[in-house]
Write a protein that binds this ligand. Sequence first.
Ligand code: ADP
Ligand code: MG
Length: 728
Amino acid sequence: MPKTRFQALVESRNREYATINETGKRSDLFGKHVFNEEKMLQFLTAEAFDKVKSAIYQGNKIDRKIADQVAEGMKAWALSMGATHYTHWFQPLTGATAEKHDAFFDILPDGRAMEKFGGAQLVQQEPDASSFPSGGIRNTFEARGYTAWDPTSPAFIYKTTLCIPTIFVAYTGEALDNKAPLLRALQAIDQAATGVAQYFDKNVRKVHATLGWEQEYFLIDKSLVNSRLDLSVTGRTLVGSFSAKGQQLDDHYFGVIPARVLGFMSELEKECTKLGIPVKTRHNEVAPNQFELAPVFEEANLSVDHNLLLMDVMEEIADKYNFSVLFHEKPFAGINGSGKHNNWSLGTDTGVNLLSPGTTPMKNLQFLTFFVNTIKAVDTYEELLRASIASASNDHRLGANEAPPPIISIFIGQQLSDVLDELEGVSKGKLSPQEKTELKLNVVGKIPEILLDNTDRNRTSPFAFTGNKFEMRGVGAKMNCAKPMTTLNTIVAKQLTDFKKEVDTLIDKKNLKKDEAVFNVLREYIKTSKRIRFEGDGYGIEWQEEARRRKLSFNKNTPEALQVITSKESYELFKQMGVMNEVELKAHKEVELGAYIFHIQIEGRVLGEMVYNHIIPAAIKYQNMLLENIHGLKEVYGAAHKKVAEGQLNILEQIGEHIVDIKKLTDEMADARRRANGMSVVDKKAQAYCNNVKPYFDKIREHSDKLEKLIADEFWPFTKYREMLFSK
Ligand code: ADP
Ligand code: MG
């Protein structure tokens, strides 16, 4: 057996089991490493404490004097916790997080050493950002980027570094990151939703979007992952014959968690708890060695930060347990990939979930208002929502029989479908007293408080109502949730803004009562957004045909899906909501397309290397072994050897044919890549990679997988699927 594979297998089998060390309550650990209100009270002046709180809850600015005080308090706390460095922690468009550590330690002009950190360092930093993607923004404006403190997400200490969550923007103000647009979208939804919520409760002052993600991932032994070029470089297996046993027995799902994994989970959860990430559930997922972790939901900006932080911490702790954690959306062909469901809702500062049915007709009208407006928003902007979850790796997962298709539709369940059908029949204009009573008693009044049992059934829907929230299921496991959350909150903000205008007009001009006006507008929305509602099987081929008839977008790949970002409707939407301007949208699209190109390019190169340097040599080695045997048989049997060696000759021939084909395809792929690289327009180049380069991957894989089946196990260079998926 090739040395790397052999060593990896031996190493993976000799791992020591971790013992779980759980002492004390998790709640005692919660937020220990976070500069939260409790710490602020202790380390800040009363004035600074109030100003930070008003920045968090009212979005007020913090001036330099206060910033100095906050920095002083943060430093004192950080040093008391043993921190030596600080960093602005930000989310460049690469999708990951970035940080540049500076020591608190400094030398004064008189040569004395001390720990320094002031308001200037807290508020703004200038990372040498020239190698972060900017989609041309920096070149166009010749402006450098800087990071700026986001006081709504508390600073935390990770290991010995004080991390300050920040946005990353160009000096000209354009966002160079995923957080700045998200914050603007959250501000837009706050404003729009508060206006509408006040129809029902005058006391509402603020509405925040909530997000609860569910992170799926694979844990594979580190040595096994490192033994595979494709997995370690691209995050997925480019070749590999399916293992005889996959997930067909469903014996992994919710099964007993293996000991080493449990050790990892336990330590991870403790670390998360200290960092203020409220992790709650853990379990085995459908595919072998696949797991899921979910927290209690939080305000969306904080939740996004926590997910990104979690992913970093997971990698770190996995390594300690000799695992590699795979976030790729489809690391293994033939079994389930990994997603990150985004559960989303809207909450008021009065403690009400606006997507939760209530106990009174009025509360239910409020619920229906936000419910129907969300449906309408998704109907109008379904293509933008699809674009927000597009990536090279998620392309493999969407529509692959275990994940929703790249067609956006909404599932609401039978009960609510019935309610909407009834509402469609509401009269135009003023309502008669009888109709009002009828609506109150039999339609709005009948929405049960708990819908959960009936609404959670359809797992094939990309956007499902699950009782008191919507669940967006197309988000990829590797993705920054900021992207879909920015789009979703922006489109709902726009929709609620339009809704309020319409309702106000009916009240002012047509003299309708508030609830009459609301019913009237909702009725029209229900009628005009019907095509987005689909209760059937989202995985079926029939749905694709039906979706086409309904004129829903069906963008199968990333280059197609991203086009809409620079459309007129997108420019208008994001501009009106103050979330992104044309320059930013163009830049975001360009960065996404660039990332797509690099992904496919790297996969192509790795695959070429695997074919030429590993697969063909292994095939030849086995051929030689067969040849030697056939020669020997010929010596013994003479002309009769053909009969005795029939099997060997046949295998020899098959291998020869596969070598010819796989080499030819690999060369053609390299040519296609060269042609694509020659293109200067990024749209065209991405399309060329998608349509001319990528199709070779599967064709090449087919020959490799056949060779894997033909060639003696001892010669096969890559760790096999069964070895990776069933090691514990
Ligand atoms: P599933 O059946 O999909 O596993 P659960 O009902 O267990 O779903 O909840 C999944 C996620 O939904 C959790 O991460 C939880 O925090 C989140 N969630 C619950 N309520 C809300 C809400 N109001 N807003 C956002 N997320 C929520
Ligand atoms: Mg879910």
